[in-house]
Design a protein around this ligand. Structure first.
Ligand SMILES: [Zn+2]
Length: 59
């Protein structure tokens, strides 16, 4: 399973249902609306609010 543009079209932030932005390293999905970063593990996005980290905590 790869994170294709088609997949990015159908997945959405579980909190605001907004669009997610894949990081350049493909290791996280960002929601700028919620300022949350969702991890990507083994190319599978973990779209759980409990697993998300606030963007403000990333240096
Ligand atoms: Zn969001």
């Amino acid at each position: 399973m790869n994170l294709t543009p088609q997949l990015l079209d159908i997945i959405a932030c579980p909190k605001c249902k907004g669009a997610l932005l894949l990081t350049a390293a493909s290791d996280a999905l960002l929601c700028h609306h919620c300022a949350l970063s969702y991890p990507v593990r083994d190319e599978i996005p973990v779209l759980l609010i409990d697993e998300a980290t606030p963007l403000t905590e990333r240096s």
